[in-house]
Ligand binder design. Structure first.
Ligand code: AMP
Ligand code: ZN
Length: 490
């Protein structure tokens, strides 16, 4: 099969490389998925969108892609370190529910969000808790090879031993000696480790821990980095084509994945490491813990203080695609408003196209214009250049409508076909009128909240309860705080 050449930036070699799959036409891709302890924020969406584009474009090139994106439902500790509480258990305590209820709630929520932004489902979505047996087996292999040791019911990866033979830090460029200063944990809780850079691959569970499993080392939970090595190997083999994730996962998460795979006796696991850059707010990474993150619903309704109005999911999708995935994107109202206009312009060309009648001959080369779109996608998925090329095509569409250019029947069919291929299939944009619907929804709920407050003031509790209960039936819950009532979808 003759597939056109595609160049992808490899974080490992630090350059763009010609993409040659291990076993064409098959392509194996693993992307680190969400930790399901809270709602995905807009920064998370950007990363998943990057790999949605990769998945869509590889499929467009006629590769048969197996795309694995995991769900982290255990083992990810607070602050991404090796001590302290599991993020999911912590949340479960806070919400006074089972950890698995948290997992279910936020997995469902994640799926609703991915649909909202028109992200395609992966081929396999494995969970960490569903692969405990495999993780225990993997740890045994690492221990057998001499790259891990047990201390007090936990198992740590022996980074010093590994570094004697292999290059720990090859992906992130970090040097072990320099890591000492950067390892906060070293000061706080690393006394079980032989060496400060060692990391847990099995963590002893405390008596209060709910989610824990039996193992040769006692009751415990797998380390966070382990699940990705285990599940990628299980579904894609010891060596696979593409591994993706956000830039912030390069170290320690992905560096540790390489060490685990090699330490278990496997080869260098990944041919191309891809890292998507961060969504920032005034130059700072968007993150839940920094309190500068917005949730999709806040964005759509415009209910976040940083937002001047609500924006539709497709506007946001388009906004992200107007930057190359390796650059940071800084959130701004002006940029989103410009994206809204730009997207409308692209989509409105569909109706213009319907009004164009073919002529005997074309006065411009439409194939060449779409070839430019392909070229930019094949240059490390350069969506902003592709979008610029599509805008160029919309100019021709307008010139055709004004009669300043002509197009043959064959070329017109090609134009319609390719235009919709790029916009709908490759960039994954779609028509929507949800934006006005969501603003309307928010406004209507605000009216109901006012009515409920009035009835409470009038001590008409049957009406106020009725409003709350009926909204609940529509999966909308009201939250009362001291000075205001807010709402959210359940
Ligand atoms: P988490 O659920 O925290 O494990 O994160 C899921 C994915 O979102 C990871 O690939 C992160 O690298 C990515 N991510 C987190 N914050 C941001 C951000 N501000 N911009 C882009 N990607 C992010
Ligand atoms: Zn991962």
């Amino acid at each position: 099969m003759n597939i056109p050449s595609l160049y992808i930036y490899n974080s490992l070699s630090r350059k763009k490389e010609l993409f040659v799959p291990i076993n064409a036409p098959f392509v194996s891709m693993y992307v680190c998925g969400p930790t399901v302890y809270n709602e995905a924020h807009l920064g998370n969406i950007r990363t998943f969108l990057t790999f949605d584009i990769v998945f869509r474009y590889l499929t467009h090139l006629k590769y048969k892609v197996r795309y694995v994106r995991n769900i982290t439902d255990v083992g990810h500790l607070v602050d991404d370190v090796d001590f302290g509480e599991d993020k999911i258990e912590k949340r479960a305590k806070l919400e006074k529910v089972e950890p698995m209820e948290i997992v279910q709630k936020y997995t469902n929520n994640f799926h609703t969000t991915t649909q909202l932004f028109n992200l395609l489902n992966p081929s396999i979505e494995p969970t960490a808790t569903g692969h405990i047996v495999e993780q225990i087996d993997y740890i045994k292999k690492i221990i057998e090879n001499g790259y891990a040791y047990e201390t007090n019911g936990s198992v740590y990866f022996d980074v010093k031993k590994y570094a004697e033979k292999f290059n720990y830090g090859e992906l992130s460029g970090r040097k072990i000696d320099e890591l000492l200063e950067q390892t906060r944990e070293n000061l706080e809780g690393g006394n079980e480790k032989r060496f400060f850079a060692d990391f847990a691959i099995w963590k002893k569970a405390s008596p209060e821990t709910i989610m824990k499993w039996n193992s040769p080392w006692g009751e415990g939970v797998p380390g966070w980095h382990l699940e990705c090595s285990v599940m990628s190997t299980k579904y894609l083999g010891q060596q696979f084509d593409i591994h993706g994730g956000g830039m912030d996962l390069k170290f320690p998460h992905h560096e540790c994945e390489i060490a685990q795979s090699v330490g278990s006796g496997g080869p260098q696991p990944v041919k191309i490491w891809m890292h998507s850059n961060m969504l920032t707010v005034n130059g700072t990474k968007m993150s839940k813990s920094l309190g500068n993150s917005f949730l999709p619903i806040e964005l759509i309704t415009g209910s976040h203080p940083l937002l001047e109005k609500g924006y539709s999911p497709m506007t946001v999708r388009f906004f992200f695609l107007q930057a190359q995935y390796r650059s940071t994107v800084d959130f701004s109202n002006e940029a989103l408003q410009a994206s809204e206009k730009g997207l409308n312009r692209l989509l409105s060309s569909f109706s213009t196209l319907e009004k164009i009648n073919p002529s005997a001959e074309s006065t411009f080369n439409i194939q060449a214009l779409f070839e430019k779109c392909e070229d930019s996608m094949r240059d490390d998925f350069n969506t902003p250049v592709t979008i610029a090329n599509l805008f160029e095509i919309t100019k021709y569409i307008n010139l055709l409508k004004e009669g300043k250019h002509t197009i043959s029947k064959v070329d017109l069919d090609f134009l319609k076909d390719q235009y919709s291929l790029f916009i709908y299939n490759i960039l994954g944009l779609k028509e929507e009128n949800e934006s006005s619907n969501s603003e309307l929804t928010n406004n209507l709920i605000q009216i109901l909240i006012q009515l409920r407050n009035q009835s409470k003031q009038n001590k008409d509790y049957s009406t106020s309860d009725l409003i709350r209960n009926e909204l609940n039936k529509l999966n909308i819950s009201l939250k009362d705080s001291k000075d205001e009532t807010t709402w959210e979808f359940n």
